[in-house]
Ligand binder design. Structure first.
Ligand code: AGP
Length: 365
């Protein structure tokens, strides 16, 4: 089937806009209206001692977010690695562990090789894929489709948030199986996830102010993204998205690492994008942000209304996202990260859907 742009200027714009719908589809598929999970029978974490998640690029950042969820919600030790390192490092794997491979295409050469390495060494090889007929899906004991629909833009957008959604459901299943959360807590978490499509629509409505900010970002040579906790991988993803399509050098850092090097880069020419919902670590991130502002760094603070009111003074720009439980906020904060990259690329006039040197699916090493 031919996928069209449906009135959008780029596939990426269409795919960003589709997120509320595809996330709702994925949630409908894997949960019930009564507030329970509907995952395939094999998804049972009883007796599982560890989960090792492996992927490349954006999919690896989804794993990185999920590490926080598996550890914090389920109390399950979780490891992550990029497939190109994992496959050659040949790490010892516990026979009671699961290995989980995340891939939009299901054809990424390194991820497939990593899967083949894990096969036979772990209790279960599970994959989270967008293409259910792909090699990675076929070679897994269990493949969970993310139901994002065809993704054409080289810069992954809706696949990332759908990967996060399915990983969040897996972490909740692990938490429930391990007695970390009861039925009531599970239903409350699922309620929070079900609010996502509405909140994402709100985030998408920020496209115009984001485009105005992007006009300025397009003039920068270097941009830093900062985040803490599960927002740290979002900083990595925001930086990757921006460099892929706008060709501006960008780096994501854990906010607490700022003092250990990157702060040397800060001057009035370096925009610093701080992704910080008002969670338990908010004050710490704010103090990192103030260190940037004290060195005349241009801070864009992305937070909720409370966060912006509390810490927005002195920032170059602010973006206010709706409130949501901080644990799943990375799924929502992906949208401004994607829109910033998109509009910066538009301002620079680069080829958004087909950026130079990149392939949608890296099927050769
Ligand atoms: C994302 O914007 C990238 N183009 C890239 O990092 C991608 O996520 C990576 O190549 C993994 O691809 P996969 O999900 O198809 O395995």
């Amino acid at each position: 089937t031919r996928v069209e742009k449906a009135g959008y200027k780029h596939f990426m714009a269409k795919e960003i806009a589709e997120q509320p719908v595809v996330i709702a589809d994925a949630l409908k598929h894997y949960t019930t209206a009564e507030g329970t999970l509907r995952l395939p029978e094999g998804v049972d974490f009883t007796g599982v001692d560890r989960i090792t998640m492996v992927a490349c690029g954006t999919a690896s950042y989804a794993c990185h977010v999920a590490k926080y969820w598996f550890e914090q919600i389920a109390g399950l030790p979780a490891e992550i690695d990029v497939a190109s390192e994992f496959r050659y490092r040949e790490p010892p794997l516990s026979p009671a562990s699961w290995a989980l491979f995340v891939s939009q295409s299901g054809e990424t050469a390194d991820t497939l090789a990593a899967l083949r390495y894990a096969n036979g060494k772990v209790a279960r090889v599970v994959s989270v894929v967008n293409v259910p007929t792909s090699s990675i899906a076929r070679e897994s004991d269990l493949a969970l489709p993310i139901l994002a629909g065809v993704e054409i833009g080289v810069a992954s957008t809706k696949a990332f948030t759908c990967q996060l959604t399915v990983l969040a459901l897996l972490a909740l299943k692990a938490a429930h199986d391990r007695g970390r959360i009861d039925d009531v807590a599970l239903a409350a978490h699922l309620d929070a996830l079900r609010n996502l499509p509405g909140l994402m629509n709100h985030a998408l409505s920020l496209s115009t102010p984001i485009a105005a900010i992007a006009d300025d970002l397009a003039k920068a040579q270097d941009i830093l993204f900062l985040g803490r906790g599960a927002m740290y991988p979002l900083a990595l993803e925001g930086a990757l998205k921006l460099k892929e399509i706008s060709y501006i050098h960008a780096e994501g850092y854990a906010s607490g690492e700022l003092k250990h090097g990157p702060i040397a880069l800060i001057d009035a020419a370096v925009p610093v994008i701080v992704m910080a919902p008002r969670d338990g670590l908010f004050d710490k991130t704010v103090s990192n942000m103030q260190e940037v502002m004290a060195r005349h760094g241009k801070v864009l603070l992305i937070s909720d209304a409370h966060g912006v009111a509390e810490a927005g003074a002195g920032a170059w720009k602010t973006l206010t996202l709706p409130d949501m439980p901080p644990v799943f906020a990375p799924i929502l904060y992906a949208i401004p990260a994607q829109l910033l990259a998109y509009h910066t690329a538009i301002a620079k006039g680069t080829d958004v859907d087909q950026p130079r040197n990149l392939a949608k699916s890296v099927t050769v090493e």
